[in-house]
Design a protein around this ligand. Structure first.
Ligand code: NAG
Ligand code: NAG
Ligand code: NAG
Ligand code: NAG
Ligand code: CU
Length: 241
């Protein structure tokens, strides 16, 4: 009896801990205006939960890049970055919007992020910042955003997929025509004609087995094993789609 109720409690806890959530990147015609925004700006998320960034700003050209409380508009050393996701058409073919999934690996660590885009104006200094798991105390989101509005420069350096407190296992999924992913000066990926396959674009962004990642590209070094994992993720993603 006791064991049964313990198991039930554990099962309930497991369900409760799977708090997958969505953060929208950029604004569109129907959500009133300001294109320089993440929505919602702050969330709390448990260890292991998956945050889906939905690039629904149409047209838009944004990134999700980890920064720090003290430097809101600069890529954090060792932080994560999605690369720029550019959507030219409004809406893209088939209405399929790019997504990027971040898994929370340490819910005790506050995660601060910003958009690196400089065009037509720097998005970060227009307030395009967000936070996950802001801890009670001194470092509030409003203080972070105020500091972003006053930041002198917006850092353009590209981060890797693995960050502090959260990690992604793959670059953004670009499911349709009219979407381009810029993960660095030497590597871009465009959705295949027809927009049917989410996997080929993500895979083409990775370096061949054993070689160094292209300079300036995402800092994660793809080896054979991670390609297999990536392939699994892609197969999984395609099956979900
Ligand atoms: C625009 O944004 C709103 C809410 O932010 C969302 O419900 C709607 O689906 C978006 N429209 C498109 C075309 O993505
Ligand atoms: C989108 O942003 C990337 C990175 O800044 C840039 O290379 C590209 O030219 C931009 N696209 C447009 C249409 O401005
Ligand atoms: C989340 O997991 C990390 C790493 O195992 C751990 O340090 C941290 O205390 C955990 N936080 C919560 C809120 O469970
Ligand atoms: C999780 O984050 C907290 C707060 O930043 C930190 O003290 C702790 O060392 C982290 N745990 C791990 C396993 O990284
Ligand atoms: Cu932006």
């Amino acid at each position: 009896m006791r064991l049964t109720s313990l198991l039930a409690t554990l099962a309930a806890a497991a369900v409760a801990s799977a708090q997958d959530q969505t953060i929208m990147v950029g604004g569109n015609e129907t959500n009133n205006g300001n294109i320089y925004q993440f929505s919602p700006t702050t969330i709390t998320a448990t260890n292991g939960s998956v945050i889906t960034f939905l690039f629904n700003g149409l047209p838009g050209n944004h990134s999700v890049t980890q920064s720090s409380f003290s430097s809101p508009c600069q890529p954090m050393a060792g932080g994560f970055g999605s690369g720029w996701v550019e959507i030219l058409t409004s809406p893209p073919t088939g209405n399929a919007l790019p997504t990027w999934e971040l898994t929370i690996t340490n819910a005790s660590a506050p995660i601060w992020f910003f958009c690196q885009q400089l065009m037509p104006i720097p998005h970060c200094t227009a307030g395009m910042v967000g936070a996950i798991n802001v801890q009670p105390g001194a470092n509030s989101f409003s203080a972070f955003q105020s500091a972003a509005l006053k930041a002198g420069t917006v850092g353009e350096g590209q981060n890797g997929l693995v960050g502090i407190g959260a990690s992604a296992s793959a670059e953004p999924v670009i499911p349709s025509e009219g979407v381009t992913l810029f993960i660095g000066p030497s590597a871009t990926a465009t959705a295949p004609a027809g927009g049917s396959n989410s996997g080929s674009a993500a895979a083409s962004a990775s370096a061949p087995a054993g070689s160094a990642p292209p300079s300036g590209a995402v800092a994660i070094g793809f080896n054979f094993n991670s390609l297999i994992i990536l392939s699994g993720v892609i197969v999984g993603a395609v099956m979900v789609l």
